[in-house]
Design a protein around this ligand. Structure first.
Ligand code: R5P
Length: 301
C-alpha cells in the first residue's frame, strides 16, 4: 500500500524530505486565510483508503493547532484510512504540572486534542521531565526518534577534543548518551529559572574543561538564556568558546542573534525546526519511524 504526505503550510521542506525518504506521494493542499482570519483548506488529490501523513512541526503551536485539527478531520471526511502526524518538534511538553494553584497543565490538554484527531504520532526527543513517556498523556501510538546518535556523530566529526556539557538536570539524558556515542566526557550543570528570560546556571569545574572544547547540548533552545548563561561562565573561566548544540532550535525573538553575540564558536541544531543553524538531518530516521508507526496503526505493508 502506498501512502501520501500533506505539508501543513510552512512545512513544505519537511514534507518533501518525507516523500523522498518514503517514496510517498505529496498530496497538494490549497490553503488560505479569509479576511476575518479564519482558515480555508482544500485537498487537491483523492485520499480514499490511503494512509496520510501530515508534516507539521509544532514550534509556535497556537498558529497551527486549530488548522491542523481541521486538516486531519478533512482527511477523514475524504476517506483517508489513517491520519498520522509527523511533528518533529512537539509543543506543550514543558507545562507538565501546576506549579501555582490554578495553572493549566497544558501537556495533558494538548495531548488529548492531538490524540482525538490522529491515529499515530512521530516526534523527536519530546521534552520528557516529570512525564516519563508520551503514553502517560497520549492515547494514540507514538514513535520517538532519538537525536543523540546524529548529534554524537556530528560532534565526533566537527569538534576537536570535545567535552559535552548539559546545562540542567533534565539534559543529563541527552548529554550522557551523546558523550558515550561521541566517546568523550560530559558534565551536567544545575539550573534555576526565575522567569522566562531569567536563568541561573552553575559554574562547571574548570579542571574538567582544560584542553577541551565545551559543547553545550540542550533539547530546546528557546530564548537561548540557558545557553547564554552557561557560555558566560565558560568564557569567564577562560575556556575555549563553546559550540552550542540544540535538538530543537526554536529561537524565540532575537534569541539566535543574542546567542551568536554571546561569544560562542558555533550554533548547530537538528532540522526538527527548519532554521539556518540546522546541521544534523534527522529526516532519514523520522521517515523510518513514520513507516513503523504506519505499520503499528495498521496500514502500510
Ligand atoms: C528546559 O528545561 C529545556 O530543557 C531547555 O533547557 C529550555 O527550554 C531552554 O530554554 P531557553 O532557551 O529559553 O533558556
Amino acid at each position: 500500500m502506498t501512502f501520501g504526505v500533506v505539508a501543513y503550510p510552512g512545512n513544505e521542506e519537511a514534507a518533501a524530505a518525507l516523500c523522498g525518504h518514503l517514496g510517498a506521494e505529496l498530496i497538494a493542499l490549497e490553503s488560505r486565510e479569509f479576511p476575518d482570519g479564519e482558515s480555508y483548506f482544500r485537498l487537491l488529490a483523492p485520499v480514499v483508503g490511503q494512509d496520510v501523513v501530515i508534516a507539521c512541526s509544532l514550534e509556535r503551536p497556537n498558529s497551527k493547532a486549530l488548522g491542523l485539527l481541521f486538516l486531519a478531520a478533512t482527511l477523514r471526511d475524504l476517506g483517508a484510512a489513517r491520519v498520522i502526524l509527523a511533528a518533529p518538534y512537539l509543543a506543550y511538553m514543558r507545562q507538565d504540572k501546576a506549579f501555582l494553584a490554578g495553572e493549566c497543565v497544558s501537556v495533558r490538554h494538548f495531548a488529548r486534542l492531538l490524540s482525538s484527531s490522529f491515529d499515530g504520532l512521530v516526534t523527536v526527543d519530546p521534552h520528557l521531565h516529570r512525564i516519563h513517556a508520551l503514553s502517560e498523556v497520549y492515547t494514540i501510538p507514538t514513535q520517538v526518534v532519538r537525536a543523540a546518535p546524529a548529534i554524537a556523530a556530528w560532534i565526533a566529526k566537527e569538534v576537536t577534543v570535545p567535552i559535552v556539557i548539559g546545562p540542567d538536570a533534565e539534559s543529563e539524558q541527552w548529554a550522557s548518551e551523546i558523550a558515550a556515542d561521541a566517546k568523550c566526557p560530559f558534565v551536567v550543570l544545575q539550573k534555576r529559572r526565575f522567569g522566562d528570560r531569567d536563568v541561573e546556571v552553575s559554574v562547571p569545574d574548570p579542571s574538567r574543561l582544560r584542553g577541551r572544547t565545551p559543547v553545550l547540548v540542550d533539547d530546546i533552545i528557546s530564548t537561548a538564556r540557558t545557553m547564554i548563561a552557561a557560555t558566560e561562565h565558560l568564557r569567564q573561566l577562560g575556556s575555549a568558546a563553546p559550540v552550542c548544540v540544540g535538538v530543537h532550535g526554536i529561537f524565540a525573538g532575537r534569541a539566535y542573534e543574542d546567542l551568536k553575540s554571546a561569544g560562542v564558536a558555533r550554533i548547530a541544531t537538528c532540522n526538527t525546526v527548519m532554521h539556518p543553524s540546522n546541521a544534523m538531518d534527522l529526516y532519514p530516521t523520522i521517515a523510518e519511524n513514520v513507516r513503523q508507526i504506519a505499520q503499528i496503526v495498521g496500514g502500510i505493508a
